[in-house]
Design a protein around this ligand. Structure first.
Ligand code: UDP
Length: 332
């Protein structure tokens, strides 16, 4: 269970919270933490990449309701008036998220991030104009960055028409839509840009680097390195990220803010492979298999989290090795 001993988390007590993408990796951890904080939660998921097993604890809680629906649709089509007599906070987390998965579902990906965001904000303006809306954006808005580490002020370097664009440009358009409804219609919209996050409930088949490496190392198969493995990523353990998300939703006066949320500890993919292999197979020689470098794969990525530290009084606490141990223990 997450350590929620900060007074800010009391904000959620008896609040009505809607979470789209509730059965996903991040969405399900968020739902659990909200329930722990005393919120009443409605979770929405269409299960194209979410997994019901992620909600096994939440589904036993009386303050949780799960609705199978597509967040591209207008909320009035899947929520009843009783469901939504009051809505205090919406977390829009629905979207395929790993590169293989969003490339399998490109239309759903750009639609849920763009039109899905529009639908939710339009509905909030009509029925719950005081609610807070937290949008799950991504470090992918920076594309293959030319500024390193990436501050929120950087506009990014994104290919508008490549294999990753459905996600990158979907998230960017999602941010545009958030900006419009915040500026022009005065909604309380907050944008969180997540950097690579890992932890229990990562889908072993989602093709991400951490899921692949843990799965391969457990089976003592060679770890697949794309390219030479010199590209970097900065990995955040899920509990650290969820604490930040909860604070971002709970604290007053953050309307219109965009925050990078992640862990700035940066590793090359080769270093990542070595660490994961050694933790899982301490007495065996590292086995690697090299595969082609994917098109438009960012060469490096590291968040500048100065703003989140200042505004949320937060920083990541779990180092990479500890986080990998916790993840590998529960990996299935
Ligand atoms: N990667 C890799 N081997 C794998 C899976 C991914 O070398 O089996 C690389 C991938 O090319 C990228 C990095 O690891 O440079 C992170 O990939 P991931 O799919 O986890 O997420 P991304 O940050 O690219 O969205």
């Amino acid at each position: 269970m997450l350590n929620l001993n900060r007074s800010a988390f009391n904000y959620y007590r008896h609040r009505q919270v809607l979470v789209t993408g509730a059965a996903g990796f991040l969405g399900s951890h968020l739902v659990d933490a909200l329930l722990q904080s005393g919120a009443n939660v409605i979770g929405v998921d269409n299960f194209i990449t979410g997994r019901k097993q992620n909600l096994s604890w939440a589904l036993k809680q009386p303050q949780f309701q799960l609705i199978e629906a597509d967040a591209i649709q207008a909320p009035t089509t899947y929520l009843t008036e009783t469901d939504t007599a009051q809505v205090d906070v919406v977390f829009h987390f629905a979207s395929p998220a790993s590169p293989p998965r969003y490339q399998q579902h490109p239309v759903e990906t750009y639609l849920v991030n763009s039109f899905g965001t529009h639908q939710l904000l339009d509905w909030l303006k009509q029925f719950h104009p005081q609610a807070r809306f937290i949008y799950a954006s991504s470090s992918e808005v920076y594309g293959d960055p030319e500024v390193h580490p990436q501050p929120e002020s950087y506009w990014g370097n994104v290919n508008p028409n490549g294999p990753r664009s459905c996600y990158d440009e979907g998230k960017r358009l999602g941010e545009t839509i958030c900006g419009v409804w915040q500026r022009d219609f005065q909604l309380d919209v907050r944008i969180a840009r997540f950097f690579n996050t890992y932890g229990p409930r990562l889908d072993p088949d989602d093709g991400r680097v951490i899921s692949n490496f843990i799965k391969q190392a457990k089976q003592q198969k060679p770890l697949t390195i794309y390219g030479e493995g010199s590209q970097t990523r900065s990995y955040c353990y899920v509990d650290d990220l969820i604490r930040a998300v909860l604070l971002f939703g709970a604290l007053p006066d953050l309307k219109g803010k965009t925050l990078n949320l992640g862990n700035p500890q940066e590793y090359t993919v080769r270093e990542t492979a070595k660490i994961i292999w050694q933790l899982i197979n301490p007495n065996r020689k590292l086995k690697l298999q090299f595969k082609p470098f994917p098109k438009d794969d960012p060469q490096r990525r590291q968040p500048n989290i100065d703003l989140a530290k200042k505004l949320l009084d937060w920083q990541p606490e779990i180092d990479f090795k500890t986080g990998i141990k916790l993840t590998a223990e529960k990996f299935s």
